[in-house]
Design a protein around this ligand. Structure first.
Ligand code: ADP
Ligand code: MG
Length: 321
């Protein structure tokens, strides 16, 4: 049991940014409208995620650390119809197996604190704490030196955290995010719901002003988002963001469809800045491909490639002429 937690931890939690990704996904699943993330020394010393979501009662707070104790899947059938970010029920036990975790949560009825040290329950007790959930992670990988060795400098680790948080802000403009590093505020989004405003906070006013709104639809897929005008191109693909049903994903083919639509306007080997949200029936997408959930499988991928290409091409054509 403990061993399988540690093996899973290798896949899900390789570094602070991966832990933050899992914790923030849980906060989003818990319907939080405010999520505050803090890290000390790139998250190596400590990190925390605080939300104002539904919280948990005392029993669920303990259960959350049991492997495969996800509250999000009721039957195995649900694995093919996933609407929440999490579903494997392995993030919290994995994280707790390689660190000290302190969870404080309040479901509106009772407040609970649970502390786990390297997979062992330290204590669980009633506590006064605001509605929602806060999770603090310390002493990461102190008992797994091989893994600790793979951590890079605090600055590098923080750059990955910052990236993850900004991507969450882009995929959820309706949630107010803050990010602190070593006590300093480094990023905030207002939660107003405006994607263009988040683009401005991340890429600056000029880029945001030039962003062309994307709208596309066929019987299976709906596309929304922004395509930034070609003069703001970048040297890496890294700025082509793709979210499927609110989940950030990587897809070579879908990103290529976007890049192909830009191709007439961009020098070779330059890439656009785009934020693309695709919504579809959850039955059409399999996110259960890899524990990190970055990769997906679509049952009608060619059709989506086509729609993406057409939507971006049309937006660029009408704007640039
Ligand atoms: P999963 O997200 O795959 O269900 P996790 O290990 O990430 O598994 O979380 C386990 C369970 O703990 C979740 O199913 C949820 O019930 C509960 N949980 C975790 N984080 C939060 C949170 N921030 N707010 C409310 N419930 C939470
Ligand atoms: Mg989760």
């Amino acid at each position: 049991e403990q061993l399988s937690n540690m093996i899973a931890a290798g896949e899900v939690v390789e570094r602070p940014s991966g832990i933050i990704k899992e914790l923030v996904e849980n906060s989003i699943d818990a319907k939080a409208t405010q999520i505050s993330i803090s890290a000390e020394q790139g998250g190596i010393l400590s990190l925390s995620v605080v939300d104002n979501g539904t919280g948990m009662d005392a029993q669920d707070a303990l259960l959350a650390f049991e492997r495969h104790a996800t509250s999000k899947i009721k039957e195995s059938n649900d694995l093919w119809n996933i609407h929440t970010m999490g579903f494997r029920g392995e993030a919290l036990p994995s994280i707790a197996s390689v660190s000290h975790v302190r969870l404080r949560t309040n479901d509106g009825k009772e407040g609970t604190e649970v502390e786990i040290k390297y997979g062992k329950l330290d204590h669980a007790s009633p506590i006064g704490t605001p509605r929602g959930t806060s999770i603090e992670v310390k002493n990461l990988f102190q008992k797994t030196p091989a893994r600790f060795k793979h951590l890079k400098t605090p600055q590098y680790e923080f750059s990955l955290i910052s990236d993850v948080v900004q991507k969450f802000a882009l995929s959820h403009p309706e949630i107010a995010f803050t990010l602190h590093h070593d006590g300093k505020l480094t990023f905030r989004s207002s939660g107003s719901g405006s994607l263009r405003e988040v683009i401005m906070q991340i890429y600056g006013r000029e880029v945001a002003k030039s962003a062309i709104s994307l709208q596309g639809k066929d019987q299976d897929y709906t596309i929304a988002g922004y395509a930034v005008q070609p003069q703001y191109n970048r040297a890496t693909k890294y700025y082509m963001l793709l979210f499927i049903n609110g989940r950030m994903v990587r897809s070579y083919r879908l990103q290529k469809a976007v890049a192909d639509a830009y191709a007439p306007y961009l020098p070779k080997d330059r890439y656009p800045i785009t934020v693309v949200n695709v919504s579809m029936d959850a039955q059409l997408v399999d996110v259960n491909v890899h524990p990190s959930k970055w990769e997906i499988r679509l049952s009608k991928e060619k059709q989506l490639e086509r729609l993406l290409f057409d939507t971006v091409k049309q937006a660029l054509e009408t704007q640039i002429s």
